[in-house]
Every structure is written in C-alpha cells, then in structure tokens.
Design a protein around this ligand. Structure first.
Ligand code: G3I
Length: 314
C-alpha cells in the first residue's frame, strides 16, 4: 500500500506529523509514523518550559529522544519552537525588561547550537500576532518591541546557519488582517536582509470551513522569496464523527495538499498528531475531535485515501 512520505517525495514535498515523547513507547503509533512520515515535529519537547525550566539550566533529554526517533526512521525534524508566549516558564515573564533580550538570545543560541545540523527548520518565532494583526503583547514584545523578531532570527541563524528559519502562526491560512500583518512583516524582514526562510501555516481547521484563498495566500508569501509549509494540520468535527463529516474532511485535507503541490515554494505538509488517538483537539475543544488522517485505532480514514490520491497515488 502507498505511503504518504513516498508519494510526497515523488512530488518534491514532505509529509510529516507531530509526536510527543510519551507516545514513543506506543509501537502502533511509532510504526505508523515511521512508515508514513518523513518529517517529525516534537509536540512539546523543544519548548522553553521543557528546555530551560530555570534560567541557565538546560534540559535537552526529551527533545533528543524525538530526534533519535526521527533519525532511526530516516525522518527530518521541524524544531518547534524557540520563542513563544505560551509554555514559557514564569522566570522569563518575571524578568526585568532590560534582561529579556539577553535571556532570549542565550536561549536561542544554546538550543539551536545543541541541535545544530539535526533540524531541518526552526519555528524561531511562534504566534507573534493577534487575530486583528496587532503584535501580541507578550514578554518579548513588551521588552523589545517588534524588533525582537529580527533579533531572534539573526541569533538563530548565527547558531545554526544550515537550518531553515520560520515564523509560524495560526489563522493566517487565508487572506485576513492577521496574515496581512505577517505578510508586511516578512516583506520588511526580507528588505532588511534578516534571515527568514519560511512561513508556517499551522492550519487548525474545522470541517467545511477552510479558507478558499489558501493557495492564493501561499503564493503571495512565496512571491516574497520565502518558503511556506503547512505545519500543524488538523480538521476537527463533532464527535462521534458522522459519515458526512468524514467525507468533507477528506475533501478538506486533499484541498490543502493540492494547494501545497500547486505552490512553488510550499515544501511540505505536517499534521498535528500521529492520529486521532493522540490529537490535542478533544482536550481543548470539548465535543470535537477526529481531526487527523488516522482514526482512534490508528487506522486510515477517508482523509488518508483522499490525500494519497492528491499526492498522485491510488
Ligand atoms: O506536562 C504537564 C503535566 O505535568 C501535567 O500533569 C499535565 C496536566 O494538565 O499537563 C502537562 O502539560 C500539558 C502539556 O501539553 C504536555 O502534555 C499542558 O497542560 C498542555 O496545555 C500542553 O498542551 C500543548 C499546547 O500546545 C500548549 O499550548 C499541546 O500538547 C500541544 O499539542 C500544543 O501545540 C500547539 C503548538 O505548539 C503551537 N500551535 C498550536 C498547537 C495546538 O495548541
């Protein structure tokens, strides 16, 4: 039977997923991930609260476990993430504002140096915007203004010049106030020679509610000279899933893959789970779930078959 990764590779893109360290002991999940994905994103293991829980004390054990799993299975790794308002230990938000920049630079340098040569890309700055297009007033913005983004990118590039450097966000998949703000930022960063290689479209969708201008929006970003990637795809529905919603999900997921294939500079698609059994969705959206390509027993769903078809398989 076809694998997502081999079909994707034959089209010049990757197909990936997200995994957490606790799932590495589930052989059903790991063998499915190993057979279907050629890119893996750690769900939590490279975030600041895990990697530097107190100032200057670094812990790369959980992230290393994901990297080892990836390397043993011939997968690349999307490093996720270096600078984010969430899963940020309180010592950072409690710093005097004059100390935030050096703490941020030290965190980026230490983590990106540790993983130098082992990650395909870094989500250097995660979710910097509010939905209205204003900057999120987090510890970094409050201390440094929007210049923290260029500083973070330059710092990451100095530590690992081979890694592709991304800004990653949600609700930017269609053209709207938030994606317009990100577009202007990327345009500005490129004009200033700041090392920015890509934009991550998280793509946390609801069945039947995908933006119809996804492909056009991808194209305007790649026209700025950056790659785009679908980084956290899921497409949630009320549970238990109805046949109609599973069919709509298949249409939705195929549409996302088609948009990426049709966009020069879209490098790949990753879903945010191995399968429905380990997805974040039911824990965060009460009554919703069934958001991925594989069901609660890690069996392929109609979406899997639709994505296979979109990738040229049958
Ligand atoms: O580690 C603690 C554990 O000690 C404790 O017993 C348990 C009780 O609640 O919580 C555990 O921490 C949880 C952590 O996941 C690890 O399991 C947090 O509560 C929980 O909030 C956290 O959720 C993560 C979420 O990011 C946080 O915002 C999800 O697993 C993770 O899938 C999700 O991923 C994000 C991306 O990084 C960025 N884009 C959106 C995406 C979905 O929210």
């Amino acid at each position: 039977s076809p694998s997502l990764k081999s079909l994707a590779e034959s089209k010049g893109i990757y197909f990936g997923g997200e995994i957490t360290q606790d799932l590495l002991s589930n052989s059903t999940a790991t063998s499915l991930a190993g057979s279907q994905f050629d890119m893996i994103t750690p769900g939590n293991e490279m975030k600041w609260d895990t990697t530097e829980p107190s100032q200057g004390n670094f812990n790369f054990g959980p992230g290393d476990a994901i990297v080892n799993f990836a390397q043993a299975n011939g997968m690349k790794v999307r490093g996720h993430n270096l600078v984010w308002y969430s899963q940020l230990p309180s010592w950072v938000s409690n710093l005097p504002s004059g100390q935030v920049q050096s703490a941020m630079e030290n965190h980026i340098t230490t983590e990106a140096t540790h993983y130098k040569g082992e990650v395909y890309s870094w989500d250097v700055v995660n979710e910097p915007f509010n939905d209205d297009g204003s900057y999120r007033g987090d510890a970094f913005y409050n201390a440094m203004g929007s210049g923290y983004i260029a500083d973070a990118l330059r710092t990451a590039h100095a530590a690992d010049p081979g890694a592709k450097l991304y800004i990653n966000d949600y609700n930017i998949e269609g053209e709207n106030a938030k994606s317009n703000a990100l577009y202007s930022l990327v345009q500005q960063l490129k004009s200033q020679g700041v090392p920015i290689d890509g934009v991550g479209f998280e793509s946390h969708f609801i069945v039947g509610q995908l933006p119809t201008d996804l492909q056009a929006n991808m194209a305007r970003f790649t026209a700025l000279g950056v790659n785009v990637a679908v980084t956290e795809l899921d497409d949630r529905m009320p549970t238990p899933p109805s046949t109609g919603n599973l069919t709509q999900q298949a249409t939705d997921d195929a549409y996302v893959v088609q948009a990426c294939l049709a966009t020069n500079g879209c490098v790949g698609v990753s879903q945010w789970a191995v399968g429905d059994a380990d997805s974040w969705v039911p824990g965060f959206f009460s009554g919703y779930g069934a958001a991925t390509l594989f069901d609660s027993n890690y069996q392929p769903k109609p979406s899997f078959n639709a994505v296979v078809n979109a990738l040229g398989g049958s």
